[in-house]
Design a protein around this ligand. Structure first.
Ligand SMILES: [Zn+2]
Length: 416
């Protein structure tokens, strides 16, 4: 608790000035003696404060101990684990009822943070990891080639591989049964895959997550069966996943990418990532795709929970539903004329007319849509006595007249 003091009187100030004291009660002495005196004064002041005061808390020794200091050599993800989750995280869970009815259970979610957290599901929280740059991580996996050219080149590359090297094909797919992933580990010259696997993801996921999981599970399996020092090539048809496998991990399914990066770092041989264009008759790709489709129908993996991208997609879908519902409910109050335009309610996209029309054209356009403008009925309704009710051609001014007027039709070619 901070002790409030009354401001010093003029008499007190003049007496302090005479004796050389500054306002906060420390002597204005020069040299080491003055420094020591100030230190003693500060210690005495700190001793007066309670432990909850922010200044004594900042003097606590553990704040400055070397174990808590984050040196640049510590990776950001490690630093985050040490410091714990950000402060909002602790406010996501409603508190526990401490006494009375319902003791020991959680309170109802009330705050914005608690309500938002309830919508998020239990996806794995992404870590604050730094960007990762490797050879080729900044180049387009497709190399700006067509799928046909890339497939031909791929088949050529595959046929020239030494028979002891391992090639992993992975893929993900989404169907009405859910989202699945599949992988095969193959060797050049062998008809049958060395190993294969498939699985199903949580319904709250996207295909990208399946691609990530398939790539990691396939690589993990290949490194298990490979003898040390063997070169392994992971072939995926999803370029977005390849960007993350070669470079920086995405936030969704981040754990799979980070596990892949760690495995690559620790493997004694060389692990490469290659683009194998999908649906181009590459055998490994077709096998992995088939397994991914079978994976959709298998029992869901108990460990596979919702993913960040899945939760985001779900929330976006619900927002669209809410917006649509709001529009359907509220458009009944609009005029019949305005409803006849059958406009959609979209707050995220610019309407095309804003991009194309000039300001004067837009004025006429909006006047026609709303019916509010230089029109006969409008002037009559609001009793504009001096207003001109007829066009210069002699016809009544209706909202549509601007496009039907014979004078305007003469310059039809100049219309936007
Ligand atoms: Zn006219």
């Amino acid at each position: 608790m901070v002790r409030r003091q009354n401001p010093p009187s003029q008499k007190q100030i003049s007496s302090r000035q005479r004796t050389g004291q500054c306002e906060i009660g420390m002597a204005r002495r020069a040299g080491p003696a003055g420094y020591q005196h100030r230190c003693k004064g500060n210690s005495a002041r700190l001793a007066h404060h309670t432990k909850r005061h922010p200044v004594p808390r900042r003097c606590a020794p553990n704040r400055r101990s070397s174990t808590r200091r984050i040196t640049p050599s510590v990776r950001p993800s490690t630093a985050l684990r040490r410091r714990g989750p950000p402060p909002l995280v602790s406010r996501m869970e409603p508190p526990i009822i401490s006494r009375g009815r319902g003791q020991g259970t959680q309170h109802r979610a009330r705050t914005k943070v608690q309500l938002a957290a309830r919508e998020c599901g239990g996806f794995t929280r992404p870590l604050l990891a730094g960007p990762r740059y490797t050879n080729g991580s900044r180049t387009d996996p497709t190399g700006h080639r067509s799928k046909a050219a890339a497939a031909k080149e791929f088949c050529q590359w595959y046929s020239e591989l030494p028979p002891w090297e391992l090639v992993v094909f992975s893929g993900g797919s989404q169907g009405k049964d859910g989202i699945g992933y599949g992988y095969v580990v193959m060797q050049q010259g062998q008809e049958r895959p060395l190993a294969s696997g498939k699985g199903k993801l949580d319904d709250c996921s996207v295909v990208f997550d399946a691609e990530a999981l398939g790539a990691w599970c396939g690589t993990e399996r290949a490194l298990q069966v490979a003898s040390p020092g063997t070169n392994v090539t992971l072939c995926a048809d999803n370029t977005a996943a390849i960007w993350c496998l070669r470079g920086t991990a995405s936030e969704t399914s981040q754990w799979a990418f980070l596990a892949f990066h760690k495995a690559v770092r620790e493997w004694s041989g060389n692990v490469q990532v290659k683009w194998s264009p999908g649906h181009m008759g590459i055998r490994g790709n077709e096998l992995a795709d088939g397994l991914a489709k079978e994976g959709q129908k298998s029992a869901p993996d108990l460990e596979a929970g919702p993913t960040l991208a899945g939760v985001r997609a779900g929330i976006r879908f619900r927002l669209r539903q809410i917006r649509l519902h709001h529009w359907l409910k509220n458009r009944n109050g609009l005029s019949r004329r305005y409803r006849a335009w059958k406009l959609r309610y979209d707050t995220r996209q610019h309407p095309a007319e804003l991009e194309i029309l000039s300001r004067p054209q837009l004025h006429h356009f909006l006047a026609i849509r709303t019916g509010h403008g230089d029109f006969s009925w409008y002037h009559r309704k609001f009793k504009h006595g001096s207003a001109e009710l007829k066009c210069s051609c002699g016809a009544a001014k209706t909202p549509e007249h601007i496009v039907m007027c014979r004078k305007v039709l003469g310059c039809f070619d100049k219309w936007p």
